[in-house]
Ligand binder design. Sequence first.
Ligand SMILES: [Zn+2]
Length: 300
Amino acid sequence: MLAWKILHNALPTTDALALRGIPIDATCVFCHGSSELGVHLFWECPFTWRLWDSIACDSFPSHEVPLPFSDWFTSIITGYATAKHWLALDRFFGMCWAIWITRNNVRFRSAVYSPHCVLELASEWSARSGTTREIVGCCAGIPPRFSYHPTWQVLRGEATVLCEVLMCFDGAWDRGNHNAGTGWCFLDPSYSLCIGGGARACMASSALHYELLACLFGLKHARQRGVMSICLFTDCMSVPKMIQEPSSSDISMVWTIQEIRDVISSFSTCHISKVSRSSVVEAHSLAGAASRRVLLCFKF
Ligand SMILES: [Zn+2]
């Protein structure tokens, strides 16, 4: 998610805010020598480059190679993912995350920083990702939706807000007896850390209905946890449209959609994106367990 935002220049960097008429000093907090474009912050800035140099290895394209930023960025991610070099991928995302967090701390909290602090933060982050992968037992697969260009839709709030939690959700059902299951997974905005989730068994009238129920249960769980800004990922093309323009004649669906809209109105920000099926695989396995009644009502 963070990677996607970096690549699509969707982070609320100061130059992006200045473009929207917000009076803010757009100079880079690290080098004070250039405007804070995403490409500068994560690539061109001399401070950032010293950081990349310090974790670079053979497979890391050199800064000397004349590549556009987007090519450099995607070649690293796809290179590591293809080689299933998850540790290197964690380290790469950890560094992106640490740069962004440090930038926020310096800009908004006047924090004191050093290359050492950023490297510490990055390694802490990648260690946590590795541990989580072992616990959850999920391999990251092709990372942060890179095989798919998400189509973002804003259900509430501003498009530029970086949501504090991502939520993948999915449903599963048994066509024979209408036993359905829903599952959801909360991820931190860098995408690789699963920070919670749940599963719930239910009955549903259609495939679309259990997708909507999964969305509803996950959203309620997020609100119980105090989450205020959330980005939803679904593999079902119809869900974003149904939430935005309810058009079902099935009364149980109408109720569910209305409940979803009510819960969304209690968030400050809510985005939704259609992603590939493989991107919601963890939520799907939770939903499958609920539809088989292995899990009835489970939260973590
Ligand atoms: Zn700079």
